[in-house]
Design a protein around this ligand. Structure first.
Ligand SMILES: Cc1cc2nc3c(=O)[nH]c(=O)nc-3n(C[C@H](O)[C@H](O)[C@H](O)COP(=O)(O)O)c2cc1C
Length: 192
């Protein structure tokens, strides 16, 4: 198989698999390290390498999920919040193996604009997802719940200029879903 075909397989096989569809099997720590090592090779304008990873598993993952649900409850208006949503957040770690919280660490005194640092961390995140797929690991890039809320930023002790990019849940799943796209790349491309 050519390198392109191998890569194509990985790209097309990556699917968003939510923690509820994971099976509770634990990922070996070395696999998590391998995934993060590849993420560290994302492109980076000005070599700021703005990606940071918080890796949670076991009891710490469960504590985070409980806290996430509590933050949601405390910071969502009474007429909007629901127990179903709070329970979903609290249970996110039940069948996932690891959670990797991806952070954009803003470089002080840099000429690189924030959008470019954000883009670099997004590239690192996609590399993570593809590396996980190549290892047969299911992933879910979530920005749900309190991900973008200042209360979460405070909880994680991020600096004002830093950004929480996503909650990446990893685990194994027995399910495989075919992907869909609304239109082809041709529909989104103009050749000049
Ligand atoms: C920045 C970003 C944030 C996302 N946040 C969520 C989310 O909070 N909840 C969710 O269900 N999916 C989320 N997703 C995953 C998308 O729903 C998913 O990529 C899309 O449905 C396409 O499915 P696929 O990833 O299997 O191709 C997010 C994706 C990206 C890129």
């Amino acid at each position: 198989m050519s390198a392109f075909d191998t890569f194509k397989d990985i790209v097309l096989n990556r699917r968003t698999i939510k923690p509820g569809q994971m099976n509770g099997q634990i990922i070996p720590e070395q696999d998590i390290k391998d995934i993060l090592e590849l993420a560290n090779w994302a492109p980076t304008h000005g070599r700021t390498e703005p990606w940071r990873f918080l890796v949670l598993s076991g009891e710490n993952l469960h504590k985070f999920c409980d806290h996430h649900a509590q933050l949601y409850w405390a910071n969502t208006p009474e007429d909007v919040r629901t127990e179903t949503k709070a329970n979903t957040l609290a249970n996110m770690g039940k069948k996932a193996s690891h959670l990797i919280i991806t952070i954009m660490k803003r470089t002080p005194d840099t000429k690189i604009i924030v959008e470019e640092e954000y883009a670099a961390v997004a590239a690192a995140t996609q590399t993570m997802l593809l590396a996980a797929t190549a290892k047969g690991i299911a992933s879910f890039w979530s920005t749900g719940g309190m991900t973008h809320h200042p209360a979460m930023k405070m909880y994680l002790e991020l600096d004002e200029a830093d950004l929480l990019m996503g909650l990446i849940y990893l685990g194994y799943s027995d399910e495989h879903r075919a992907g869909t796209r609304k239109s082809s790349s041709e529909d989104k491309t103009i050749w000049i």
